[in-house]
Design a protein around this ligand. Structure first.
Ligand SMILES: C[S@@+](CC[C@H](N)C(=O)[O-])C[C@H]1O[C@@H](n2cnc3c(N)ncnc32)[C@H](O)[C@@H]1O
Length: 459
């Protein structure tokens, strides 16, 4: 979205318009007025910012209409720069402390895939409108295998809650795009059976074959218990399939590890960036030479908001003991299963279902000065209760991974303000974006905090 400020003598007034870039002169039509700002549709670009905009880069036929990927006219480097600015602005507005307490915000780390990366999409459609259903029920309408004009299966039109029809999604993986037409055809054929709108699910998964235990696979009975089996799987089973049933199991490979999770549950949506992301977190903790800065001995890991165990399992080999916590019980079952799947003994890694704040009771035997806590909460961020417990525990290193840099900036500010029980404060030692969502305005942000004695705070 672009922000245009109405010229004086008007009172401060901002017009929010999608798809416009800094420095452009645009013609826009206001469709809604709110307090201190209006929302507008872009009608035309009177003077483009030709340094930034190149419409030849756009790869999606729905660009400008679909609310999804607004950055396609930008070079990838410009997208990464803009995302860095989002982090700078979020910390300027929400950190709540002096910005001199922050390190230089480094350049955003690129995604290896910039299209064809999304492993999950959820197109949706509305049920037949009443009038049309009445016509159908009266027998006044012919059955058809083709999509009726009123039926749109796709993503919301920008600025609305109504879907536009989407036949392909260039940011989704090829496996998902191959499945989409078949799924859409099934809906055309059965549209009169839908009384309500439906959100579809398409997830890219590695095939789980007979050999690898499909059908027998259950959280309590791991289908691939030993590391050697994982290696065999790596060579033999890398066929991708598209999972559409919310209750099915999805399997993904991240580096030399395998992860399974229920199709309806959370998993990071860009597989291509997960090795760079988890390597980055490892290096942020231990230093690039795997030598911990200034004689730190980091032997214990706490993974708060652990989902199905991505960070715990990817980093387990670098720690003596790992403990994860997550609210969703089925994600925890899969995290435990994933540890087994990758040959990590239960004596070393444990996962618990519960609110993240409860983890500090269960790791009271961990020595804080040897402990790293990873926090990866949902968009709303973490909360004061968790932060108070975190600081009371006082781990040596905190890595805060976030898909919402605004709540992250607020939470990091809160952590820095608290004084640790044994004295000292946290300081941010690195802050940088990760591009999990190329072509879109979203950015993942990773902040690394270390406990220092006697760091002065200015607010
Ligand atoms: C952004 S996801 C991160 C998951 C995992 N770290 C990963 O990378 O796959 C956030 C997770 O936090 C979980 N969650 C939400 N609220 C929570 C809470 N109060 N305590 C613990 N986990 C929570 C969600 O179920 C979700 O799995």
């Amino acid at each position: 979205e672009s922000l245009s400020v109405a010229p004086s003598p008007r009172s401060p007034w901002v017009v929010v318009t999608p798809f416009a870039l800094p420095g452009e002169i645009i013609r826009a039509k206001v469709y809604r007025n709110s307090r201190l700002h209006s929302l507008a549709d872009l009608i035309s670009i009177v003077k483009p910012n030709s340094e930034l905009r190149d419409m030849g880069r756009v790869q999606c036929k729905y660009f400008g209409e679909c609310g999804g990927c607004q950055y396609q006219m930008l070079s990838y480097d410009a997208q990464l720069d803009l995302k860095r600015n989002v982090i700078v602005k979020a910390y300027t507005n929400f950190f709540g402390l002096d910005e001199s307490l922050l390190p230089a915000i480094e350049s955003t780390i690129a995604s290896p895939l910039q299209y064809g990366y999304r492993t999950k999409i959820t197109p949706h459609f509305d049920a037949p409108p009443k009038k049309i259903r009445a016509e159908h029920d009266n027998g006044a309408m012919k059955e058809t295998d083709r999509r009726p004009e009123w039926l749109k299966i796709g993503f919301n039109k920008i600025g609305t809650m109504k879907p536009i029809d989407i036949e392909e999604c260039p940011i989704a993986t090829p496996t998902i795009n191959q499945k989409l037409p078949e799924l859409r055809d099934g809906i055309f054929k059965n549209i009169w059976t839908y009384k309500k709108g439906v959100s579809l699910l398409l997830r890219d998964s590695l095939a789980i074959t007979e050999d690898s235990g499909e059908g027998t696979s259950s959280p309590s009975k791991p289908d691939v218990p030993a590391t050697t089996d994982v290696d065999i799987l790596a060579e033999t089973v890398e066929k991708h399939v598209c999972v559409t049933n919310h209750k099915s199991t999805v399997r993904e490979r991240v580096g030399n590890k395998l992860f399974e999770y229920p199709a309806h549950a959370f998993f990071q949506n860009n597989n291509s960036v997960l090795v760079p992301l988890t390597n980055y977190v490892r290096e942020a903790i231990f230093g690039s030479a795997k030598v911990s800065p200034a004689g730190e001995q980091l032997t214990h890991l706490v993974d708060a908001y652990c989902g199905s165990g991505l960070f715990s399992i990817m980093l387990a080999e670098h720690f003596q003991e790992v403990s994860g916590i997550e609210l969703a019980p089925d994600a925890i079952k899969f995290a435990t299963k994933n540890a087994e799947l990758n040959g990590i003994p239960s004596s070393k890694i444990q996962f618990r279902a519960g609110d993240a704040v409860n983890i500090f009771e269960t790791v009271s035997h961990y020595s804080p000065s040897n402990t790293v806590v990873i926090i990866d909460p949902p968009r709303k961020g973490t909360d004061e209760k968790f932060i108070k417990q975190l600081v009371k525990f006082g781990p040596k290193v905190v890595v805060y991974v976030s898909c919402n840099v605004h709540t992250q900036a607020r939470d990091v500010g809160m952590i820095l303000r608290e004084e640790v029980a044994g004295g000292g404060h946290y300081s941010v030692t690195s802050l940088r974006g990760f591009d999990l969502f190329p072509q879109t305005a979203h950015v993942e942000s990773v902040a690394v905090l270390r406990l220092k004695n006697g760091i002065p705070l200015s607010s």
